[in-house]
Write a protein that binds this ligand. Structure first.
Ligand code: ZN
Length: 860
């Protein structure tokens, strides 16, 4: 009775327990679950209890847990298998992925700088890790499940069978009558019972320990062991991979950085492209631009003609690299510029005998650049510039008939009856080549024309537009260009080519070679009238040749203009013209006619293609980036080649009057070879340039500051001296404060110091000293000085001093921050100007600038 675990005691304990029994049993210390997060220690075996309610209840409890345990391990195994398979598949897929990456040229930098080193390591480690999962997690778990957990059912059944068998025997055994039985039989039964009991006890013991193993922590711990092992291996895997990959991070970063840079460039390119597209959209009618584009596209198909006569007839050249210089030179129209119209001196012996009254080529009414050239001298300079700009090489499309005409030079063409084809024409090496079938492979069309014996001129007496003819001793060949500009460009280029094959510029007077067409060695001069020769006697032969092309148009000019050179002829087009824009080539050429503009203002790099609008300097692309970084209040940067919409005549004029040399006289006035920071060389790094540009324009280290910059600005405006105005602005002149009235503006051109701007002085002077204008013209700005007290701001002074387009001074002030919309309390500067301006161009100037800022002033 003393044993604490005697069956009786246990039974009484159980009896004393309230139902439900199992709930209580569950709380027994041996079976209690540890709190989550700590490892369950294997408990000491329960002392093997007697079979009885407690034992059976314990077993029941364990058996019910077996089902749950079995299910969870089964699920674990299944999930781990799935994960294993998925990893395997992922590794295989990544192998394919990497293979594909290596097959993609775009990914080359990534492969070179990163994947080549890293991918092999990572994939090998992943495969190893995957195999470990198989051998160190899946296999042991499967074994545990198959050999330990799954047999629980059969073991239970075995125990229950044994139990039934034993108790049945016990029942029989106890039912035996002791008195009647023989002693021997009794002993046998005794022995049998003992054996049965012993067997049952063993089975019971085995089953009990099995169940305890299953749940008492041992098997659970085994699961935990394998899982922990697995994750340890996984951790090692991560560590190994991280260490291996980490080494190659710089490679990845390098690629990334380069890509960012490239992305920026792509963004910039896109922006430029959309701006260019906008330009094309907005441009009213500009066949030339379209043609230039067309020429560019087509030139990728075109062969390179290196300009040597050896190229002639070379048909196999289509495989060569595309010509970089294929873009046709774009020219402003010349034939109807006012000067040409006014330039008729004498056409008596002009060699157009047949139908002099008939316009040979319709004069195109839209002449966007007609107001740019305002004097004869301008024209000469301009023509000279334009011609020399054209060079003697050009390629592009021209329309022509299949065969040249054998007719005499001045016979009228019957062009209507001929079939016209499109040819890719190339002027190179003193020859004019024609190619047909240009879309597939270029085939020469006929013999190239040797320009040495040729002359070129605008066609006469033809009823198609934009025709010019190339005349050789044997034949005349008519070509049709796509626009007047294009035609002029072809004529100019061919003229130049002729001149270049003739060897040297001739100073021969045209009349000395008046033997055309039999001896066409100086062919260009043949079409010049004697009258014109007189006018042109100071010009070079080249100019003469070029001007001859314009003479057809001059015949149409109204005689009412007289023989004199007049500054401005009213355009035929009554509606106001959109501001004329130059093509990027024209822009570059016209700005680079100032040699200092051929080198970056800040570092000296050759051929800068960017400009700071407000500073009026040409800079290289690297310096332009630095300028941009300073902010638009310091420098407003534009590309001369990509963004031609910004370059209105006012701005071009302003930049021309400033330019790099004059600007640097201001911004680098005190700069010496020992200055700090020093002026960088083109080859120096960005940092040196950054330092210098910052010092130059932001800190203004090298300027000679003026004592009274605002007063100086006022004088500069009055004298229309742009560099002086820039000097005042650099010295801190206030652009949005009224000018002291003590010295009212008197439009005195004589007071102008420095060299006057070449193209604007003469016409402007007429604004103030009109030669033959009406009373309206006489009313000069001086009236405003007699009026009491409208405050005068720099920009209003600029616009009221300078009432004729273009307005370079107003542009300078505007770009440097002068705001026409500031107010003196009652009225805006804009209102003041509107009130006093005598020319609608002044208002148009302000409206255009306002419109850029989205301001639209409603007239009162
Ligand atoms: Zn530069």
């Amino acid at each position: 009775m003393s044993g604490a675990h005697s069956p009786e005691a246990q039974a009484s304990m159980l009896n004393a327990m309230p139902q439900p029994l199992l709930g209580v049993q569950d709380k027994s210390p041996t079976l209690n679950s540890p709190s989550p997060g700590t490892v369950r220690r294997p408990s000491a075996d329960n002392v093997e209890p007697e079979d009885g309610p407690l034992f059976r209840a314990t077993l029941n409890n364990l058996e019910s847990k077996t089902a749950t345990f079995k299910l969870s391990v089964k699920r674990l195994l299944k999930a781990a298998m799935a994960s294993y398979e998925a990893q395997r598949a992922s590794i295989a897929a990544d192998d394919e992925f990497l293979k594909a990456i290596r097959g993609t040229t775009a990914a080359d930098p990534l492969v070179t700088h990163y994947l080549d080193a890293v991918a092999g390591i990572v994939q090998a480690q992943r495969k190893m890790q995957n195999e470990k999962m198989q051998t160190m997690l899946l296999e042991p778990l499967r074994q545990l499940y198959e050999t330990d957990i799954k047999p629980a059912e059969s073991k239970k059944k075995q125990f229950e069978d044994e139990s039934k068998d034993y108790y049945a025997f016990l029942h029989k055994y106890l039912g035996m009558r002791t008195d009647s039985a023989k002693a021997k039989k009794t002993a046998e039964n005794e022995q049998k019972y003992n054996a049965k009991r012993k067997n049952f006890d063993l089975v019971r013991f085995d089953y009990h320990t099995y169940m305890q193993d299953l749940h008492g922590g041992r098997k659970e711990q085994e699961v935990l062991y394998h899982l922990t092992n697995h994750f340890e291996k996984q951790y090692d895997f991560f560590q190994t991979v991280a260490a291996a990959v980490g080494k190659y991070k710089p490679g990845l970063e390098k690629v990334h950085e380069e890509m960012l840079e490239a992305t920026k460039e792509i963004y910039q390119l896109k922006k430029d492209r959309s701006e260019r597209r906008k330009t094309l959209e907005c441009r009213p009618i500009n066949v030339t631009e379209m043609q230039a584009e067309d020429g560019n596209r087509a030139s990728s198909l075109s062969p390179v003609f290196q300009g040597s006569a050896g190229d002639r007839g070379n048909t196999g050249s289509a495989e060569r690299t595309p010509s970089p210089s294929a873009k046709p030179t774009v020219l402003p129209p010349l034939s109807t510029s006012p000067v040409h119209l006014a330039l008729i001196v004498d056409t008596k012996d002009f060699p157009v005998p047949n139908q002099p009254q008939q316009p040979a080529t319709p004069v195109t009414p839209q002449q966007p650049n007609s107001q740019r050239f305002q004097g004869f001298r301008d024209l000469q300079e301009q023509d000279h510039q334009l011609i020399s700009r054209m060079g003697h090489r050009k390629e592009g499309f021209l329309f022509a008939t299949s065969k040249p005409s054998k007719g005499t030079p001045n016979a009228p063409f019957d062009v209507g009856s001929l079939v016209w084809h499109k040819y890719w024409c190339v002027v190179a090496g003193g020859y004019l080549h024609e190619y047909s079938n240009w879309k597939k492979q270029l085939e020469t069309h006929g013999e190239p024309i040797n320009l040495r014996f040729a002359t070129v001129r605008e066609a006469r007496n033809a009823d198609r537009r934009f025709l010019f003819e190339v005349i050789t001793p044997q034949f005349r060949r008519l070509y049709q260009a796509t626009s007047n500009e294009d035609m002029q460009s072809w004529i100019g280029t061919i003229c130049n080519a002729i001149e270049s094959v003739l060897g040297e510029k001739t100073t021969q007077r045209p009349d000395e070679t008046d033997d055309y067409p039999t001896k066409p060695l100086r062919p260009k001069a043949k079409t010049i009238s004697k009258g014109l020769r007189l006018v042109m006697s100071g010009g070079t032969n080249r100019e003469v040749a070029h001007l001859s092309e314009a003479l057809d148009a001059t015949q149409l000019a109204p005689k009412a203009n007289g023989g004199g050179v007049k500054k401005s002829v009213p355009t035929k087009n009554p509606t106001p013209q959109p501001p004329s824009l130059l093509s990027s080539e024209q822009l570059l050429e016209s700005l680079r006619s100032d040699v200092s503009n051929c080198y970056c203002a800040d570092c000296g790099l050759k051929d800068p293609e960017w400009v700071s609008l407000n500073l009026g300097v040409l800079i290289c692309i690297e310096c332009s980036g630095i300028h941009r970084s300073l902010g638009t209040h310091i420098s407003k940067v534009r590309s001369l080649t990509l963004d031609t919409t910004s370059f209105l005549p006012d701005l071009v004029e302003m930049i021309q009057q400033l330019g790099n040399a004059r600007s640097n006289q201001i911004w680098e006035a005190t700069l010496t070879s020992t200055s700090v920071p020093p002026k960088p060389q083109p080859s120096e790094g960005r940092e040196a340039k950054q330092k210098f540009i910052q010092a130059k324009y932001v800190d203004r280290l090298f300027i000679i500051a003026q004592d009274n910059p605002s007063q100086s600005l006022f004088e500069a405006i009055r004298n229309q001296n742009i560099p002086q105005a820039m000097q005042a602005i650099a010295s801190g002149a206030k652009l949005n404060e009224p000018i002291n009235h003590s010295s009212p503006p008197t439009p005195s051109r004589a007071a102008s110091n420095g060299s006057p701007p070449p193209y604007s002085t003469a016409p402007r002077a007429e604004t103030y000293f009109p030669s033959g204008g009406g009373a309206d013209d006489q009313a000069s700005l001086s009236t405003s000085s007699t009026q009491p007290a409208s405050p005068l701001y720099p920009i209003s002074l600029a616009l009221l001093t300078d009432q004729k387009k273009p307005f370079p001074m107003a542009e300078l002030l505007y770009l440097n921050g002068a705001d026409p919309m500031i107010t003196d309390g009652e009225r805006t500067v804009y209102d003041i100007i509107v009130e006093q301006a005598r020319d609608k161009d002044v208002i148009a100037f302000l409206d255009e600038r306002n419109a850029r800022k989205g301001i639209h002033v409603v007239p009162q």
